[in-house]
Design a protein around this ligand. Structure first.
Ligand code: SPQ
Length: 426
């Protein structure tokens, strides 16, 4: 797909529902008794994979477009799938569902696409095995496909070496079934949607600094969930509005949970003209309209506790840094190497090809802003966040930018190009 520079972006958009919350709403709805209704569910390929997996596990799920009805069967209502569970491209589905399957009275086999089969699963196999789980990799490696033989589990305290919501959530979901208390301590706080949703479904959660604990659950209660707009999808339009000349964009109803809103802090530190209006909170998840206007930006440092709060926004923040005065340093971001693609390598390779002054480091990159970008051919590596980041970069690059496998945006934002076209003023 080809892109060119534009003279302005103007208008108001509603971005789709939050991917992390949509996955969890299906999972918790399946484990609750009764019908959970989900509004503004993300109809992206990853969340549809979660629906298909739970349908295979015997849960009736009606996808009515604007409304999803999950007819939950309770904590002990899942049944064995007659075929392999396919999580597609979704790391969240793979890791969270494994925590649930580890405690079921049946065996399951789980796999996903070529990218999933390269993403490390030992980060959940290790703690789940400490709880008594039986999980083996078919390739005798740390990757999918996995065979999971359900066992009775015992609660543990796990000191996670990584700040990862997927690791934390997988352990907590297993902990719903485990004897005693299950707790996880992370080096920094990762997104807390699982904790908030557990409480919404009636499971007490204790959070103290970076430790989260739960005890064996007896019942989850069906809920009505209104999914906020995804800040990770809004991020592309936030950055576009800041770097394309003469722009002003209002993005409605975006989730601004503090465990996800690191991008707002970075934009403000870089001097962005960004304001929040219509702030609301629904069941612990705050939302706001985000208004961005073209800004003069300056470099910053992105590191430490901030990294898990903006982990999926680093590709588009790297693009933004090319348009800031001075140096932007991104460090402590090694986790980006094990996402849908090796995002550190791909960002540096693609931005260098466009003419940016960028240097790879062991755990991040250094970007010296101010060099003009030029259109070229960009390999998205079938990574949705890479494709969207470079579509935005192309709006401020000379000439034509051709993005290969651009359609992979369907993973998290099927209407991305349509929404972008709606804002363009030439
Ligand atoms: O689901 P998947 O494929 O892992 O998706 C990504 C993404 O960019 O959409 C990461 F590649 O988001 C993760 C995120 O990076 C979603 C997620 C969650 O919903 O719990 C947590 C983060 O991953 P992690 O490993 O840091 O916990």
């Amino acid at each position: 797909m080809n892109f060119q520079s534009v003279s302005s972006l103007q208008g108001e958009i509603q971005i789709p529902g939050d991917k992390s919350i949509s996955h969890r709403a299906i999972m918790f709805g399946a484990l609750a008794l009764g019908t959970t209704e989900i509004y503004n569910f993300l109809q992206g390929a990853d969340c549809l994979s979660t629906i298909h997996c739970f349908q295979k596990l015997g849960i009736e799920i009606e996808n009515l477009g604007s409304l999803i009805k999950v007819h939950g069967k309770g904590l002990h209502g899942l049944c064995a799938s007659s075929s392999i569970l396919d999580v597609g491209n979704s790391g969240t589905t793979a890791r969270l569902i494994t925590g649930i399957l580890a405690a079921q009275p049946f065996a399951s086999v789980l796999t996903g696409d070529e990218s999933i089969q390269r993403r490390p699963m030992d980060r959940i196999i290790t703690p789940l095995s400490m709880m008594g789980a039986s999980i083996t990799s078919h390739k005798k490696t740390r990757y999918c496909p996995l065979s999971i033989e359900g066992k009775s589990l015992t609660g543990i305290h796990y000191d996670s070496p990584v700040a990862s919501a997927q690791v934390k959530s997988s352990i907590l979901l297993a902990g719903l079934y485990a004897n005693g208390t299950t707790s996880v301590t992370e080096p920094y706080v990762s997104r807390n949607h699982t904790e908030l949703m557990l409480e919404q479904f009636g499971v007490p959660v204790i959070t103290h600094n970076t430790t989260v604990s739960i005890s064996t659950a007896s019942k989850l209660y069906h809920q009505k969930i209104i999914v906020p707009g995804d800040i990770s999808s809004a991020a592309f339009f936030m950055v576009a509005g800041l770097i394309v000349p003469n722009s002003c964009i209002r993005i409605q109803n975006v989730g601004i949970n503090p465990t996800r809103s690191g991008i707002l802090d970075v934009c403000i530190a870089m001097g962005a003209n960004i304001t929040l209006e219509n702030k609301k909170t629904d069941i612990g998840e705050p939302t706001a309209d985000i208004i961005v206007k073209t800004s003069n930006l300056k470099g910053t440092i992105i590191s430490g506790e901030m990294i898990p709060r903006l982990i999926d926004e680093i590709p588009i923040l790297a693009v933004m840094a090319c348009f800031a005065d001075g140096e932007t340093i991104i460090k402590d971001a090694k986790e980006l190497k094990v996402k849908e693609s090796n995002r550190l390598d791909i960002i540096v390779k693609n931005l260098s090809a466009m003419g940016a002054d960028i240097t790879a480091t062991d755990d991040g990159m250094i970007i010296r802003g101010g060099k003009p970008l030029h259109g070229t051919t960009i390999d998205s590596n079938n990574d949705h966040r890479i494709a969207m980041s470079f579509a935005i970069a192309s709006l401020v690059a000379d000439g034509v930018t051709a993005i290969q496998n651009a359609e992979c945006v369907a993973i998290s934002y099927p209407n991305f190009y349509h929404d972008l076209a709606y804002l363009i003023r030439t």
